[in-house]
Design a protein around this ligand. Structure first.
Ligand code: FAD
Length: 363
């Protein structure tokens, strides 16, 4: 018997869930007050990294990334859109210390049989011309990683959901009225989740993150052919992308920033923007001095940076899929599978449960 399902929010969580609910034969309606690809959604971006390296959380996340990568390739074939750019990932480390993000990722990926190599500084330098590697000892190379094109990914997901009969509408009606006309409601409102569901507020932090965007111009080739890269991801936290076909080069710092309001200021976060400039001066001098065209966006974070994909306790028929932090996009289709599993089969993945034991995992 098909259920009447309403999904509130058409970011990566809502779209992936809608597609999966539709595939399972349910009657799905997706509501969002803003159009797809609006610039306040965390899912709207120039590029999103897809990496398998997850430090001490590699055993949890890497198999899900592998599953997601295969599903993205399937969606590429189905949609005819170029979603994934397999340029590899190079996780640079000043030193491969025991217990570091890079060492734990290496151990975790080898245990899973995932192809990964340790490159010395000379090999890293060949992969990143224009990047000053002074003091960097090595890099963990993940050849199956790369970057996703969010507009292409989101448009392909929406088309796939439409093909399953899902309906899309503009609006943000009161939760109670939506619940009255649905068998199941999924809250997938990203940084706005706690406004819809105040009970989620104590679990979440909204962290404002600056993403720097540089346009090297027609003669600038810095970043061309680079892999997706990071430097001491769990401590220093910088990461970046190859030169985008649009002519832009994006980089950012993964460390959480100041608290903020998703409807507030989206300009650069001054201290983060300054840190980017210092980083460019030291590491990518060819980009130093270019104006930063970037903006800020929000990580919706649980303390362990794991998501919430579960039923809301004491609220029959009400589910949450969100708290994607700074890393959920790459999992796209897997988020849909996990959501349908929790909402339709009563099988919540324990790592993403509403109430879970504190784990210190941070990615
Ligand atoms: C700066 C930055 C960099 C990131 N980099 C990466 C990366 O490299 N790789 C990676 O895998 N992940 C990355 N992420 C994480 C990823 O982008 C997010 O976790 C993910 O996009 C969150 O998706 P969402 O669907 O929860 O939220 P959103 O995409 O924000 O979507 C939520 C939607 O809900 C709608 N909404 C709001 N209120 C209501 C309402 N009342 N009713 C209905 N709808 C409503 C909004 O309009 C919005 O469209 C990054 C995130 C940020 C912020």
């Amino acid at each position: 018997m098909p259920l009447r399902i309403t999904v509130l929010g058409a970011g990566i969580f809502g779209l992936a869930a809608a597609w999966e609910f539709g595939r399972r034969g349910h009657r799905v309606r997706v509501l969002d007050p803003a159009p797809l690809l609006h610039e306040k959604a965390a899912s709207t971006d120039l590029s999103k990294g897809l990496r398998h390296a997850y430090g001490e959380a590699t055993a949890l996340y890497a198999p899900l990334v592998r599953e997601a990568r295969a599903a993205w390739l399937g969606l590429e074939a189905q949609s005819g859109r170029r979603i994934f750019h397999q340029v590899g990932a190079l996780h640079l480390a000043t030193r491969l210390l025991a217990g570091s993000f890079e060492q734990r990722s290496l151990d975790g990926l080898r245990a899973l049989g995932h192809p990964v190599e340790v490159w010395d500084a000379a090999r890293c330098a060949r992969a990143l011309p224009g990047f000053d590697l002074e003091g960097i000892e090595l890099g963990l190379h993940d050849p199956e990683a790369g970057w996703l094109d969010p507009p292409q990914a989101l448009l392909a997901l929406r088309a796939a959901a439409l093909a399953q009969g899902c309906r899309f509408e503009a609006g943000a009606p009161a939760l109670e009225s939506v619940r009255g006309e649905s068998d199941l409601v999924l809250l997938a409102a990203g940084a706005w989740l706690a406004r819809l569901l105040p009970a989620a507020a104590p679990k979440l932090r909204l962290s404002r993150q600056h993403e720097a965007l540089l346009a090297p111009g027609p003669s600038g080739r810095t970043g061309e052919g680079w892999p997706f890269w990071s430097l001491d991801l769990a401590t220093l936290g910088f990461y970046g992308f190859p030169l985008h076909p649009s002519g832009h080069l994006k980089l950012a710092c993964h460390r959480p920033g100041p608290d903020g309001d998703p409807d507030g200021d989206r300009g650069p976060v001054p201290e983060q923007a300054r840190a980017v400039q210092e980083f460019l001066r030291r590491r990518i001098p060819g980009l130093n001095g270019l104006p930063d065209l970037g903006r800020s966006c929000f990580y919706t974070l649980c303390p362990d940076h794991a998501w919430i994909i579960d039923a809301v306790p004491g609220e029959p028929g009400l589910f949450v899929a969100g708290a994607g932090g700074g890393h959920a996009f790459k999992f796209g289709p897997v988020l849909g599978r996990l959501t349908a599993s929790a909402a339709l089969d009563g099988r919540t993945h324990p790592a993403f449960a509403w109430d879970r034991p504190a784990s210190g995992l941070v990615v």
